[in-house]
Design a protein around this ligand. Sequence first.
Ligand code: 3HC
Length: 295
Amino acid sequence: MDFEDIETVAVLGAGNMGHGIAEVAALAGYEVRMRDIKEEFVQNGYDNIEWSLNKLAEKDRLTQAEADDALDRVTPLVDVAEAVGDADVIIEAVPEKMEIKKDVYTDVEQHAPEEAIFATNTSSLSITELSEVTERPEQFCGMHFFNPPVRMQLVEVITGAHTSDETLDTVEQLAEEFGKSPVRVRKDSPGFIVNRILVPLMNEACWLVHDDVATIAEVDSTTKFDIGLPMGALELSDQVGNDVGLHVLEYMHETLGEAYDPCPLLEAKVEDEKLGKKTGEGFYDYENGGADVPR
Ligand code: 3HC
């Protein structure tokens, strides 16, 4: 698939990342099919895109007409065949579980055009292993966005063992057309570049609180003001989703070793469904003051 021939982008998954990626593609002028397994999930994703576009217009980052046009380009769908049947690029952003993603690819393979590129937004899983459940491993790569996609500049484009150079070039050009700065990750390795650094950092922040070395506020003010992150480490964990961070850590622990042992405090947040901003509570209470009010 040549970059110039891309007109339609399918995004699988309408969650935190899926709806954000669909929004980015629509803002770049592409026809977008956004698919999730239930009507309510797709509707929720669509509502989130509408909220975000209106917020960007309110902040003068784009005009209201540009926001409205972008929303018009997004078609929310539940049916897989309809979502991918005429797609040139299919970006998958379903939950960070190898088995779920493999099932999705097995299904999608049956309905997608032969020349379509498959790009996974996985945060850490093996691109090579995922590509091998498809009949097009050379047309398969990682395309990893950051949360919130509409505001974050970087996209990691990750090669699998079978990915062709043509696929990587096309996906990098697409990322640029999306207004992003792609970085090519030359080797398929757990967590790629950013999450290999960032997820252990968020985990260490949890250990400091768990071990009673520092409070949430002390850890976050240190990471924000002294280390220079745009958000405190625990606020960032809430932003990406404590469940997402935990899944990445569990995979890195399994594949890379002991250093990536998840902190029990993080595990408890996930068990209590305190997943961060998306559930209204995590390390902070977003119904009552957000990052100003640590739990
Ligand atoms: N769309 C539109 N507006 C949004 C938004 C979205 N998706 N998300 C937040 N906003 C709005 C907020 O509601 C707020 O509006 P308000 O002022 O009316 O309340 C406004 O944006 C805040 O934006 P500002 O530019 O004023 O504030 P900042 O300068 O702090 O920028 C930020 C916000 C860009 C999110 C910045 O804090 C940041 O860069 N944070 C770090 C995020 C990060 O590192 N993400 C990567 C995590 S790793 C990852 O995702 C990988 C995964 O695999 C785990």
